[in-house]
Write a protein that binds this ligand. Structure first.
Ligand SMILES: CC1=[NH+][C@H]2[C@@H](O1)O[C@H](CO)[C@@H](O)[C@@H]2O
Length: 492
C-alpha cells in the first residue's frame, strides 16, 4: 500500500514529493480562493467537496489566507498549457497553473488526495485530511479522448454528462460522440429534418431511439467545456449511413429508401457517390455541425465502407474533405480515409488490431498526426474475458493489463512519438444501454488509457499502476458508480 495518498494518484504525476509533516485538514472554516478566471474552477471544486463534507466552503476572489485552498493563474510557463503545481501544507493548499485547464487538472489531483468519501453525494464523517507535499505535473499528450456511441443505443444528455464527470477525474480532455450510424441519426439537422424525425426513431434491438436537438447538443458542448473537455462530433460516412439513407429515398442510388436497421452488422450501407444531392446533403450537415462545434475537429468517420469501391471512396472523400476545411474545421477520421491522402492538418484515428498500417506511414510522411486507439487495447466495448456479460469480442478480450500494456508513443510502426496526437478509448454501444453498462465497461480500463495519455513514458509501470488503481475502487463506490472488480487489481 502507498505510504501517502500522494503516491496513489491516477494518472501518475510527473513528480511527487510527500511531506508527512504538512498534512492539511479541510474544515468548516476552509474557503476556496479563486480570483478572476479561476472562479469557475473554484466553484467546480466547491461542488465536489460541499455535499460530502457538509461544509459551506465558500469561493472567494480574495488573495490567499491561512486555512484556504487557493487556485492561482500564476504558474511557471514551463508547466505548459495543461500543467499545474500543487502544494499541500498544514495551513494552506495552493494550485498554480498557466491556464484554467491546468487549474482544473490540479483540482482532479487535489480531490484524489482527499479520502474516498469526498466522492459521495451525501454528507460523510471526516476528518478530511490531505497528505502534505508537492506535486508538479503536465501531460505527455495533449489529446486524451473518451468516445461514446449514442447511435447504436441512444444516451440521454444526462447520461452523457454523467460520463463526462466520470472521465474528467482522470484528466480526459476530449469527448468524441459517434452521432450517426446505420441504426440511428442522433443530431437534429435543420436543413434535413427527417434525419431525426424518421432516422432517430429506433436503435439496436428495435427499442425506441432518440436524438439530440441542437439545443441538447449545445448543452453537452457547454457541459463538456465546463469540465475542460472539447467535443469532437462524428458524422460517419460514406458507410454506416443506413439511418440517413432510410430517411431520404433520394440519397439512395436506386431512389429507394431501405428500412430502419436494428441489427449490428456493418459494411452494408453507402451514400451514393455519383449523385450531386449526396454532396449537398454532406455540405449541409457539415455546415450545421461545424456551426454547433467550437472545437477544432470534425470527425467524418470513413470506416468499413465495404459497399463503396475504393475508387468511389477516394472520389467521395476528395469532395468531402475540402468541405470540412471550408467550414473551419480540421478532419479527423478512422484511418482508412488515409486512402484519400488527406492534407497536413488531418488526423487519422487508428483502430486496427495490429501495430500499424501502411496508411499511417504515408500519413506521417504527409505531416498528418495519428490518434492511437488500437481496438485490441483501447476499445472499452470489448469483453474483459469470456465471462463478461456485456460487450463484443471481435478484437479479443481486453483485461486491465492489456489496456495498460502498450506505449502510445512507440506502439505504431512508422509513427514516431511526435506524430502521435494522443489516445482515445472508444466505447461502441451495440450491447450497452444504461449508465451502469457504460460504467462497468469503462472502469477500470478508461483510467489505464488516461494514464497512457497523460503520464511520462518512464512512469508507465504495471506494478505501480495496479496499486494506485486499486485505491480508486472505494472512490467509485462512494460516488455510486459501477465498475468491474478485475481480479488483476488488489482492490483496497
Ligand atoms: C471504427 C470501428 N468501426 C466498427 C469497429 O470500430 O468496431 C466497433 C465495435 O467494436 C463497431 O461498432 C464499429 O462500427
Amino acid at each position: 500500500p502507498a505510504a501517502s495518498a500522494m503516491d496513489t494518484i491516477v494518472p501518475a504525476p510527473e513528480s511527487v514529493t510527500p511531506n508527512p509533516a504538512a498534512d492539511f485538514e479541510l474544515s468548516e472554516q476552509t474557503a476556496i480562493l479563486a480570483p478572476g478566471e479561476a472562479a469557475g474552477v473554484g466553484e467546480y471544486l466547491a461542488g465536489v467537496v460541499r455535499p460530502s463534507t457538509g461544509f459551506p466552503v465558500p469561493v472567494n476572489p480574495a488573495l490567499p489566507g491561512t486555512g484556504d485552498i487557493a487556485l492561482a493563474l500564476d504558474g511557471d510557463p514551463a508547466l505548459g498549457p495543461e500543467g499545474y503545481r500543487l502544494q499541500v501544507a498544514d495551513d494552506a493548499v495552493r494550485v498554480h497553473a498557466t491556464s484554467t485547464d491546468g487549474l482544473f487538472n490540479g483540482v482532479q489531483t487535489l480531490r484524489q488526495l482527499l479520502p474516498a468519501g469526498i466522492e459521495s453525494p451525501t454528507a460523510q464523517p471526516g476528518p478530511w485530511t490531505m497528505p502534505g507535499g508537492e506535486i508538479t505535473d503536465k501531460p505527455r499528450f495533449g489529446h486524451r479522448s473518451a468516445q461514446l456511441d449514442p447511435a447504436r443505443h441512444f444516451f440521454t444528455v444526462d447520461m452523457v454528462k454523467r460520463y463526462i464527470d466520470q472521465v474528467a477525474k482522470y484528466k480526459i480532455n476530449k469527448l468524441h460522440l459517434h452521432l450517426t450510424d446505420d441504426q440511428g441519426w442522433r443530431l437534429q439537422i435543420n436543413s434535413w429534418p427527417r434525419l431525426t424525425e424518421f432516422g432517430a426513431q429506433t436503435e439496436v434491438g428495435g427499442t425506441p431511439g432518440g436524438f439530440y436537438t441542437q439545443q441538447d447538443y449545445a448543452e453537452i458542448v457547454d457541459y463538456a467545456a465546463s469540465r475542460h473537455m472539447t467535443v469532437i462530433p462524428e458524422i460517419d460516412m460514406p458507410g454506416h449511413t443506413n439511418a440517413a439513407l432510410s430517411s431520404y429515398a433520394e440519397l439512395n442510388c436506386d431512389g429507394v429508401a431501405p428500412p430502419p436497421y436494428t441489427g449490428i452488422d456493418v459494411g452494408f450501407s453507402s451514400l451514393c457517390v455519383n449523385k450531386d444531392i449526396t454532396y449537398r446533403f454532406v455540405e449541409d450537415v457539415i455546415r450545421e455541425v461545424a456551426a454547433l462545434t467550437p472545437g477544432p475537429y470534425l470527425h467524418i468517420g470513413g470506416d468499413e465502407a465495404h459497399s463503396t469501391t475504393d475508387e468511389d471512396y477516394v472520389a467521395f472523400m476528395s469532395k468531402v474533405l475540402p468541405l470540412v476545411e471550408k467550414y473551419g474545421k480540421k478532419p479527423l477520421g478512422w484511418h482508412e480515409y488515409g486512402k484519400a491522402a488527406p492534407q497536413g492538418d488531418a488526423v487519422l484515428q487508428f483502430w486496427g488490431t495490429t501495430n500499424g498500417d501502411p496508411l499511417l506511414t504515408e500519413a506521417v510522411a504527409r505531416g498528418n498526426k495519428v490518434l492511437a486507439s488500437p481496438a485490441n487495447k483501447s476499445y472499452l466495448d470489448m469483453k474483459y474475458d469470456e465471462n463478461t456479460p456485456l460487450g463484443l469480442q471481435w478484437a479479443g478480450f481486453i483485461e486491465v493489463a492489456d489496456a495498460y500494456g502498450w506505449d502510445p508513443g512507440s506502439y505504431l510502426q512508422g509513427v514516431p512519438e511526435e506524430s502521435v496526437l494522443g489516445v482515445e478509448a472508444p466505447m461502441f454501444s451495440e450491447t450497452l444501454e444504461t449508465s451502469q453498462h457504460i460504467e462497468f465497461m469503462a472502469f477500470p480500463r478508461l483510467p489505464a488509457i488516461a494514464e497512457l495519455g497523460w503520464s511520462a513514458k518512464g512512469a508507465l509501470n504495471w506494478e505501480s499502476f495496479k496499486n494506485r488503481l486499486a485505491t480508486q475502487g472505494p472512490r467509485w463506490q462512494a460516488a455510486g458508480q459501477d465498475f468491474y472488480r478485475s481480479p488483476q487489481i488488489p482492490w483496497t
